[in-house]
Ligand binder design. Structure first.
Ligand SMILES: [Zn+2]
Ligand SMILES: [Zn+2]
Length: 132
């Protein structure tokens, strides 16, 4: 099938574009729903495969939160997340741990910390206000 390489490149670039544009940290199913509008012949298996490859290439990140399926993040630089336990919204936060804290954890462990991730859980502003 000579058309396969071009088609798979197109599928991969659409999957990447969806994840990069979404600020919602979509699941594979959510990416699939959007991708199908642009490429009706795309399958969920293809979306999964491309998400996995893009994550391996470091173009997107896989993120997992308590009580949620695997999600995908188009923001590849280090950052942290807030996850609302009520509506499931995931918000991006800048890295907040001071370098001195990381250095002190590192020396306590006697190890080298190469990366870390910090997830905050709670109730988002919208849910908080609608409950009040
Ligand atoms: Zn919420
Ligand atoms: Zn994120």
């Amino acid at each position: 099938m000579p058309s396969t390489p071009r088609r798979s490149t197109k599928q991969r670039s659409i999957v990447l574009e969806i994840v990069a544009r979404a600020k919602t940290h979509p699941t594979a199913e959510e990416v699939f729903t959007i991708a199908r509008k642009k490429l009706p012949e795309i399958s969920l298996a293809t979306v999964y495969r491309n998400l996995h490859l893009l994550a391996e290439e470091g173009k997107i990140r896989e993120v997992q939160f308590e009580g949620s399926t695997l999600r995908y993040d188009g923001m590849t630089m280090e950052h942290e997340h807030f996850c609302c336990r009520s509506c499931g919204v995931v918000e991006d936060l800048p890295v907040s741990l001071p370098a001195a804290t990381v250095a002190s954890i590192q020396s306590q462990l006697g190890a080298i910390i190469e990366r870390y991730s910090l997830d905050y859980y709670g109730v988002c502003q919208r849910c908080k206000e609608s409950a009040a």
